[in-house]
Design a protein around this ligand. Structure first.
Ligand code: NAD
Length: 322
């Protein structure tokens, strides 16, 4: 199955993430079946879909006619077999519990076409632990969006140990076709890339509140009017490279960012330990610096800074216009 062959998809679970995937897929011309466990859940799904499309019309991204066409491509059902039996791609967005995900995958394996790709929206789980419930582990992969997936481009594609390279490539191409910005993780990790990093932010925010440094309102204000603005434009590595006189080495090691290690609080997303010794941090910082230098090779950093400042002013203007 190649990405261009995918014309019919199923969204399994029509909650916060499932409805939003359906909005995206139908907007891009695909037939979409949405499955959920009750009619009440599906009624909610359809209300959310209507509201999401209204916002896209208000933003000038779709016309009323586009919306009518997209909505005509969406079908809802509480019958899992009917939802998945003739689709090319399943986007599973059920509850974040291994027991439930495995059960869903077991059923999908029996009901979906043998060639169909079974992608999971899981925020933190390992596909290796889920795909073992199927007879087609090579067709199973994580495709993790960032909420809401019909607006935010990020999709992390994470293969399990038994996922085939063909499935990874087809999923990557498909998500690109859907206007997303897929990133393929090189190995599995709880929380993938983005939630792994997000966990660090929450851990530090908890530490600051717990130690009486600031209230939640004060942290939100400081973050959104500071780092949040820059992070809207570039990733943390590019930010670090452009803002520290000594570059990334300076950012990671010499400024001792790991100041709260003695009061570490377990993160919401279970994860491996960050570097605990200055030696290891220094070694990893060298790898990061080399990769970042290679990425920036030949580019004019002063020009990038001017671009950043122009964009920051534009973002501030958008925020002020509210
Ligand atoms: N909420 C987020 O910000 C976010 C972001 C990215 C990924 N995710 C992931 O997406 C998945 C769904 O999260 P959500 O926030 O949409 O949750 P949600 O609770 O809003 O939706 C889950 C939906 O699954 C349905 N459901 C329950 N049992 C089911 C079953 N056996 N089979 C199929 N559907 C079933 C529920 O009725 C509900 O509509 C999770 O794996 C989560 O980690 C969530």
């Amino acid at each position: 199955m190649s990405a261009s062959d995918i014309s019919k998809v199923a969204c399994v679970g029509g909650g916060t993430i499932g409805f939003s995937w359906a909005v995206l897929f139908a907007q891009h011309g695909l037939q979409v079946n949405i499955y959920d466990i009750s009619q009440a859940a599906l009624d909610w799904t359809m209300r959310e879909i209507g509201s999401a499309y209204s916002t896209l019309v208000e933003a000038g991204l779709m016309t009323e006619a586009d919306v009518a066409a997209a909505q005509s491509r969406i079908a809802i059902t509480t019958d899992l077999a009917a939802a998945v039996n003739d689709v090319d791609f399943v986007q599973e967005s059920g509850p974040e519990r291994y027991r439930i995900k495995r059960e869903i995958y077991r059923e999908l394996d029996q009901l979906a076409h043998p060639d169909a790709i079974l992608a999971s929206s899981t925020s933190a789980m390992l596909m290796t632990e889920i795909q073992a419930a199927t007879t087609r582990p090579e067709r199973c992969v994580v495709a993790h969006p960032y909420n809401p997936p019909h607006i935010v481009p990020s999709v992390e594609i994470v293969p399990g140990e038994a996922t085939s390279a063909e499935t990874v490539e087809a999923t990557r191409d498909f998500m690109t076709r859907m206007g997303r910005a897929p990133v393929v993780a090189r190995k599995e990790c709880r929380g993938h890339i983005v939630n792994h990093m997000q966990a660090a932010i929450y851990r530090e925010a908890l530490w600051l509140v717990g130690n009486g440094v600031a209230t939640v309102d004060e942290i939100d204000l400081a973050f959104k009017t500071g780092p949040g603005l820059r992070l809207a434009l570039m990733g943390p590595f590019a930010v670090g490279m452009l803002t520290s006189p000594g570059g990334l080495q300076d950012t990671f090691v010499d400024r001792k960012l790991d100041h709260s290690q003695e009061d570490d609080i377990p993160s919401r997303v279970e994860r491996e330990a960050p570097p605990r010794t200055p030696e290891l941090a220094r070694e990893w910082a060298k790898i990061c610096t080399a990769q970042m230098e290679a990425a920036l090779m030949g580019s004019d950093r002063e020009q990038i800074k001017r671009w950043r400042d122009r964009k920051l002013l534009q973002i501030l203007e958008v925020i002020a216009s509210d």
